[in-house]
Design a protein. Structure first.
Length: 292
């Protein structure tokens, strides 16, 4: 994780403003999504309560409806802007990293460069650089935006509903989400390593197959090399399938954490409403599925 953070700090240099704007929009997307869900839950509950007590004719449905539409459209537009800013900044940062990497490689000695020209070393460098776009886009920016949104949601729920409800939601989401993330990282290490090793073996064997097909045919090794190349690709696909299954398990675990947090919020909110400490319309504000 330390190495990934160092890479992220290198990518941030020179693109600080763009990435900060993208991070702000990422957090805003999550906040607008949470606000949309909370407002929708409150609106449905309030409209039902107004109908039960015979006040449906005078219940104001226009302003909550307008706010729901505003949040829905605003979230879509904000997501579009966030994708443009973060992807553009990441691509520019990768361009600088590639230039810096090639400059340092070119300054090495001739013997070192000869060793680097091997297929395995080149495949490793290409694969590592190609995978760097996921460091800001799929790791650090979502984590930071999610943490900021959780803190903001905790403050809003503690203000609008009750501090105990906010603590329950924040604690379950934080501890449960962190636990699922750590468990997923540990489980994914083995399959990810196998997938990367198989991908490198496939590239090397495919290059050898294409460049040396005439010699392989003369010595009767063309079929053997083809089968070896196919075997490497099958191993890569098997590891990728295992990683995909693990990703689905992680998603299911996050949904379970979300359901537990929502159930706890409703239970605590319902109990507080029965005690008369909060309004019966307040608990629906807490019912938030996973932030996306």
């Amino acid at each position: 994780m330390t190495a990934l953070w160092r890479i992220f700090t290198l990518m941030v240099q020179g693109e600080t403003k763009s990435l900060l704007r993208g991070l702000l929009l990422s957090a805003l997307v999550l906040m607008m999504g949470a606000a949309l869900l909370g407002l929708s839950g409150w609106f449905i509950t309030a409209a039902s309560a107004a109908g039960l007590i015979g006040a449906g004719a005078v219940f104001d449905v226009f302003r909550p409806s307008a706010m729901v539409r505003f949040l829905a459209i605003g979230r879509t537009a904000t997501r579009y802007g966030e994708r443009i800013l973060t992807h553009d900044a990441t691509l520019r940062a990768l361009t600088r990293l590639r230039v810096a990497l090639l400059s340092r490689v070119a300054a090495r000695s001739y013997d070192w460069l000869i060793r680097l020209r091997g297929a395995q070393a080149l495949n490793r460098i290409v694969a590592d650089v190609d995978a760097l776009d996921g460091v800001p886009l799929r790791l650090f920016l979502p984590l930071i935006a999610g943490a900021v949104t959780q803190i903001a949601a905790f403050a809003m729920i503690a203000w609008l509903v009750d501090l105990r409800v906010g603590l329950a939601i924040f604690g379950l989401f934080t501890i449960g989400g962190a636990g699922v993330m750590i468990w997923g990282i540990r489980r994914a290490q083995t399959s990810s390593k196998r997938m990367e090793m198989a991908a490198q073996a496939f590239r090397s064997r495919l290059i050898d197959l294409i460049t040396g097909r005439e010699d392989l045919a003369v010595y009767g090794q063309l079929t053997t090399q083809t089968e070896a190349t196919r075997a490497a690709e099958m191993r890569r696909q098997g590891a990728a399938t295992e990683t995909d299954h693990l990703e689905r398990q992680i998603g299911a675990a996050l949904m379970a954490v979300s359901a537990l947090a929502a159930a706890s919020a409703l239970w605590i909110g319902g109990h507080l409403a029965e005690m008369g400490e909060i309004s019966p319309l307040a608990p629906p504000l807490d019912f938030l599925p996973p932030l996306r």
